[in-house]
Ligand binder design. Structure first.
Ligand code: ADP
Ligand code: MG
Length: 365
């Protein structure tokens, strides 16, 4: 296990850098008796239903701690009502926590005065919403330029920047249309351009693609992945769809009833779900693109001890090679596959190893 988790940490390089979003023990309880409810939860271990009954209070977020690294795309995934939006609304202080601390780029968000908060929202944070939230009767270009207008940027400069952003999302031909004339997928590309126009440090996306048809949704996911690779914005991306989280996220936090029940790479979560709730989500996910050679292999010493040295002609792969590629290699070549980490032989993958990984994935679904 330790070997495995070390290797998957190595795989998501971003998770070892500087923290941009730091969330420490954040609680949000809605209701007039929120503080009393929190005390009772802490001291008596009251559950969500009891809190509602006794204190007429709703637990939105329960003791969440996480950190998002510079340039990372961090997904928060959970069923509807699990607390995802409540969590993210704290980051630009649309909500105040009942307890806990949030630091973004070294700034304690709760300590900001009204003026600083306005600056912080306008300069540091870009938001993309599920319902696009464009002004329908303003032009696409005006919509994208809006955050710059709020910042009092002169008109020429903001129009120039907005036009640039529109080009980035491949909508340059649509700048003079009204926002409502565009399809949903296009509107959300405008939403993304608007969020990025002000060049924020942090991008918050709350189910941005959930309202779109599956095909369009997939297309936007792909475009977003490409765009992110170029813009490298620290992003918190919220979704109720684990497939989407797996495609987009460097790491994923899974929420249930306000709590984070697991944080890890897609591979960590698919291979080692923390509980039945996570296992249920994972059951529908294909392992082929997620699981990597290092999670399939047996250690080299073990193989050598029982079988002997692998053949010099055996196919060789990097420890990050995908399961789907391993399957292809195993079809093409009878010899076991040798796994390399930084050029050093570390493991061996036999056909039974591959089949075992595939069947484990299939049996949980
Ligand atoms: P998600 O975004 O994961 O669907 P939410 O964060 O919207 O979930 O909601 C988490 C919980 O908090 C739910 O039980 C919801 O009913 C409750 N909640 C959210 N906002 C409020 C509010 N303003 N007042 C009372 N309860 C709320
Ligand atoms: Mg929500």
């Amino acid at each position: 296990m330790s070997n495995q988790s070390q290797q998957s940490l190595g795989q998501s390089q971003q998770s070892s850098g500087e923290s941009v979003i730091e969330v420490s023990n954040v609680w949000k309880i809605f209701g007039a008796q929120a503080d009393a409810a929190l005390t009772a939860i802490r001291e008596e271990g009251l559950g969500k239903a009891e809190v509602l009954e006794t204190y007429d209070a709703v637990v939105g977020v329960a003791d969440v701690s996480l950190d998002v690294k510079k340039g990372e795309i961090f997904c928060v995934m959970g069923l509807s009502g699990s607390g995802k939006s409540t969590l993210v609304r704290h980051f630009n202080r649309l909500l105040e926590p009942t307890a806990g601390k949030i630091v973004i780029h070294g700034t304690d968000v709760m300590a900001l005065g009204p003026r600083e908060l306005r600056d912080f929202r306008n300069h540091k944070i870009g938001m993309v919403f599920q319902n696009f939230a464009l002004l329908p009767h303003r032009s696409v270009l005006d919509n994208v330029a809006m955050p710059l207008e709020i910042r009092n940027m002169n008109k020429n400069e903001r129009m120039r920047r907005a036009a640039n952003m529109l080009k980035t999302v491949e909508l340059d031909a649509w700048g003079n249309k009204f926002a409502h004339e565009l399809s949903g997928g296009m509107q959300q590309r405008v939403g993304l351009a608007r969020a990025l126009a002000a060049d924020p440090d942090v991008l918050l996306m709350d189910e941005p693609f959930s309202a779109l048809d599956p095909l369009i949704r997939r297309q936007l996911q792909d475009e977003f992945i490409k765009l992110s690779a170029v813009m490298k914005k620290t992003t918190m991306f919220i979704t109720h769809d684990l497939d989407e989280a797996v495609r987009i996220g460097d790491r994923i936090a899974i929420m249930r009833d306000g709590r984070v029940v697991q944080i890890g790479t897609a591979e960590d979560i698919v291979m080692h779900p923390a509980d039945d709730y996570v296992a249920d989500f994972v059951a529908g996910i294909s392992r082929l693109k997620i699981v990597r050679a290092h999670a399939v292999m047996q250690p080299l010493e073990k193989y050598v001890a029982s079988v002997g040295q692998p053949s010099a002609k055996a196919p060789r792969v990097n420890e990050n090679e995908s399961l789907s590629r391993l399957i292809q290699l195993a079809i093409d070549d009878d010899a076991p596959i040798v796994v390399l980490d930084d050029g050093v032989e570390v493991g061996v993958i036999t056909r039974p190893d591959i089949l075992q990984t595939v069947i484990e994935g299939a049996e949980t679904s």
